[in-house]
Design a binder for this molecule. Structure first.
Ligand code: M6R
Length: 622
């Protein structure tokens, strides 16, 4: 949720930290800060502010060329309101240790009480300050039995001992004034990578912050740490056992994280969908042999094909994609499939039998609840599959098998291209499972052929942006909306409602259309916008009935329909016609006008589309 960047090298750290923080701002943006080691003055210079990085920047003086070691943080508040005092980095009570932290310390209250009895002073309401003070206390009160041995430096020793006391999650960057040319990073449950540049090292919670400097990285695993000095680095467990970590090359182009002339990342990512889907499908649709090739699953097809039950876990938009996956797998592969909110699944007592396969869907690959669901499933012996976008992310590394989305970085908080790619991967999985179980060659070829046409069809929908903007202009003053769909388009209705509410702050409810009369119909008043996805499908006549129910009560209908459907015009106050697609594959096309509608509504209402209030891109806390 928050972002960390840290630097040790020969250049002034301040501008590097600020640039890195700007690239991480999509992860959290309620306050920010930097801490720089100044060897001349023998201390740490900490500058913090509430608000965006731009506010922090205004407080900064000219970079000091001697300050070549520093840590930075952009925050998404969990403990304590987003003000300057609660912003990171946090100093310990002696002023020697500074830390930037992502994650949540669950036993912070107990530790805080104990540290207060030992004379430690606290100034913030954060759980993070407990880590700083614990390290600081151990660092300053070490002797006798407890003293560091075998030449280990006291700073590293204190960090290890403090981390062993913590319950919860952390990604950490830590500096100490007594070791002005040392930087420590540590990880448990929150992502942290360590980048090796030329005469410089970086630590970050996300590759975006460091790619400008290096693409050579080490992914730290849980309970691992890295200690860096100008002479080099070593990686250890937090129990002080040396470990060898493999250096990886990240494939990440800077242009992928730039706006490229678009006003917002969300708009850019909506427009990228045809290209992104082509990347996702590329090399995976084998038209000649009539099959789907998913390299990351090749060793597990047997388990998948024989599965009696597939359990999908995800959160938010990824959960909506999972719901479509449930319909797809049941329809095409005839395997009993159910989709769970990962946050619920992890705390129930789920039944996992020998022939249950668990799928986790996550753009970031770091969502805490989804990761916990995977761990829960693994513990109970399930084969796990990750459908993930971020290469090398924790869920990608934790699952047994995986399919990457290959859509490039998604920066906008509102997920768009990741959603369509998640559905595309689930469609490929369903088709291939169907082929291995019972679908005829003709059926398989038909779906593969139709899947390959989806990017071009999305391109057609994108050309409707101006028309959809006019619909937004006419309706975005209304504070309550309904989104209704049936069958494969029911999760699309949920997704359309989520998109609208998260960026435009309009209250929107997504429902299976038939559920409306079991309660929500009471909400309909004159002029209330009701968005229907009413494309040609097996339930077309039924949804027309639902549209009539809304119109009879004065609701205003915005209908996403199939091109050439003349009949539907009589029911629509606003019509959005999309290309025809087989029912099972429609969500990838029908969701696009809803993304565009939400985007325009949010812009018209004057909101920051890419950084909606209270949200962060990746939810790495419970
Ligand atoms: O990174 P993940 O796909 O695991 O994230 C899951 C949700 O937090 C995410 O989809 C969220 O709902 C989006 N902001 C919706 O646009």
């Amino acid at each position: 949720m928050c972002g960390i960047v840290a630097y040790l090298g020969k250049k002034p750290a301040q501008p590097i930290l600020i640039e890195g923080l700007k690239r991480l701002e999509y992860r959290g943006y309620d306050s920010a800060g930097v801490a720089l080691i100044n060897p001349d003055k023998g201390g740490i210079r900490v500058i913090k502010s509430s608000g965006r990085i731009s506010v922090l920047e205004e407080l900064l003086s000219e970079p000091d060329p001697k300050e070549v070691v520093g840590i930075g943080h952009t925050r998404w508040a969990t403990h304590g309101e987003p003000n300057t005092i609660n912003a990171h980095p946090h100093l310990d009570y002696t002023g020697k240790i500074a830390i930037a932290h992502n994650g949540i310390i669950e036993n912070y209250s107990t530790l805080k009480t104990w540290l207060i009895t030992k004379g430690c002073k606290f100034v913030s309401e954060t759980d993070t300050e407990v880590i700083a003070n614990l390290i600081g206390y151990l660092y300053s009160n070490t002797d006798g039995e407890d003293a560091p041995r075998d030449g280990q430096n006291r700073f590293e020793w204190a960090v290890q001992h403090a981390l062993n006391e913590l319950v919860g999650t952390y990604g950490l960057a830590i500096v100490c004034t007594d070791f002005p040319d040392m930087l420590i990073g540590a990880k448990k449950g929150s992502p942290l990578i360590f980048g090796l540049g030329k005469n410089e090292y970086l630590i970050a919670s996300d590759a975006a912050a460091i790619v400008e400097h290096t693409t050579q990285v080490i992914y730290l695993a849980d309970n691992e740490m890295v200690t860096i000095t100008p002479k080099g680095f070593h990686t250890k467990t937090i129990d002080n056992i040396e470990i060898h970590k493999e250096l990886k090359q990240i494939e990440f182009s800077l242009s992928a994280i730039e706006l490229d002339g678009f006003k917002h990342y969300m708009l850019k990512e909506i427009y990228e969908q045809p290209k992104a889907l082509n990347m996702c499908l590329g090399g995976r649709l084998d038209m000649r042999d009539g099959r789907i090739v998913l390299g990351g699953i090749s060793k597990y097809w047997r388990e998948f094909t024989r599965a009696k039950r597939i359990v999908i876990n995800a959160c938010g938009t990824a959960w909506h994609a999972g719901l479509i996956g449930e319909y797809l797998i049941e329809q095409l592969a005839r395997i009993n499939t159910e989709t769970h909110y990962a946050s619920e699944f992890r705390y129930r007592n789920p039944i996992i039998e020998d022939d249950t396969v668990v799928i986790a869907i996550s753009q970031s690959g770091e969502t805490a609840d989804t990761l916990a669901a995977v761990e829960q499933a693994k513990e109970r012996g399930a084969v796990t599959l990750g459908i993930v976008n971020v290469v090398g992310s924790t869920i990608a590394r934790t699952t047994d098998a995986g399919v990457y989305l290959r859509v490039g970085p998604e920066i906008g908080v509102a997920s768009t291209k990741a959603f369509t790619a998640q559905v595309a991967v689930l469609a490929m999985l369903a088709i291939e499972l169907g082929r291995r179980r019972h679908l005829s060659t003709e059926q398989v070829r038909f779906y593969i052929e139709e899947l390959s046409k989806i990017p071009a069809k999305i391109e057609e929908v994108l050309s409707l942006s101006e028309h959809i903007k006019k619909i937004a202009e006419a309706t975005c003053d209304r504070e309550n909306w309904l989104f209704l769909g049936r069958g494969f388009n029911y999760p699309v209705a949920l997704e359309g409602a989520l998109k609208l509410k998260e960026i435009s702050y309009i209250h929107a409810e997504g429902l299976p259309a038939a559920e409306m009369k079991h309660g929500p119909i009471a909400l309909i008043t004159k002029g209330m916008p009701a968005v229907f996805i009413a494309t040609k499908c097996s339930q077309y006549e039924k949804i027309i009935g639902n549209i009539e129910e809304v119109r009879a009560r004065g609701g205003r209908t915005i209908i996403v329909a199939s091109q050439g459907d003349e009949n539907i015009k009589q029911y629509a106050d606003f019509l959005i016609s999309v290309p025809d697609v087989p029912e099972e594959l429609q969500p990838m096309v029908t969701v696009v006008p809803l993304q565009i509608l939400a985007y325009h509504a949010a812009v018209l209402r004057g909101h920051d589309v890419d950084k909606p209030r209270n949200l962060a891109k990746s939810v790495t806390v419970e």
